[in-house]
Design a protein around this ligand. Sequence first.
Ligand code: PLP
Length: 342
Amino acid sequence: MNNTLLLRPQLELAKLPTPLDRVENLGKSLGNLDLWFKRDDLTGFGLGGNKVRSLEYLAADAMKLNSNILITGGSPGSNHVRTTMAAAAHLGLRGVAVLSGNQPSKTNGNLLLDHILDAQLVFTGNPDRSNIDNYIVEEAERLRGKGENPYMIRRGGVSSLGCIGYVSAAVEICSQLKNLNLSPEILVCATGCGVTQAGLLVGFKLMGLNCRLYGITVSRTRDECISHIEQLVNETEDALGLDSRVTSDEIFVFDEYIGEGYSVPTSEGIDAIRLVARTEGIFLDPIYTGKAFSGLTDLIKKGFIDTDKTVIFLHTGGSPSIFSNSTIISNSNNLSDYVIDK
Ligand SMILES: *Cc1c(COP(=O)(O)O)cnc(C)c1O
């Protein structure tokens, strides 16, 4: 195995390890579940979140290649774009972000942070996010033609290097579990591009941790996610030279909690934000973690997750999206039917 790849790059953006905390009040309101939060919302850099772990590896690679620009893309509300633009600023590089659609009428949430970071924003005029990577390639070629040396990062940081950030997060979690003498049966996380879930799968396998991973997808269908994650897992295992292989029957994804679509909040997701805030003083977001947590509570209600289990919820960040969805959140205030009494 290629151990050196797992070593943290010199360039440390994240504040690690992030806490692994018991959330007792919240666990009680979910039928006395032994529930823990892995606080990757607290990775610390550029308002934190899961993307910072991948970025450490990607930005280190960019520095190694003497790049002068970090270029990536996503939707105008992208957490990945915000943290990448912050990394560019921190490293003294230019940040270029290719964003889907047209310039929104309001500049708030992550887009406002991109502005504050002085990122160069290029709008595709096309609302479809799925072809953003093509626009990134085009823009990078244009920059290269002008003598620049841009480093391209795909939407969501999708790459084996990005996944390695979460393989090392899995190693970090295992060491925390050992110290706490804790054996969780299930870890639940929000799944978008699948970098997080793929990296954790490879890492748990590598560490021999027998903990199921439930990804709650916020955009793609279950089947799309599984084949996508399988590919990322394979690429990451190859990059690390691992013999142990994650098999496709170990990839669990639930696609019942997307609602109308990516970036459209659901009322269940907003209820989840309120419940977690009111029991723990912790803020989830409406695009990823709120939906993922609504999935966790529904899986408990349906008996798919037993309340005698120990469960970790991975908080992947995203809080700026609370503010770019303020109207829909403040207009929805229905927490009935949420608390599970047992
Ligand atoms: C990107 C993101 C995710 C999903 O992570 P992937 O690795 O793309 O699956 C989850 N939560 C938040 C807050 C994110 O920004």
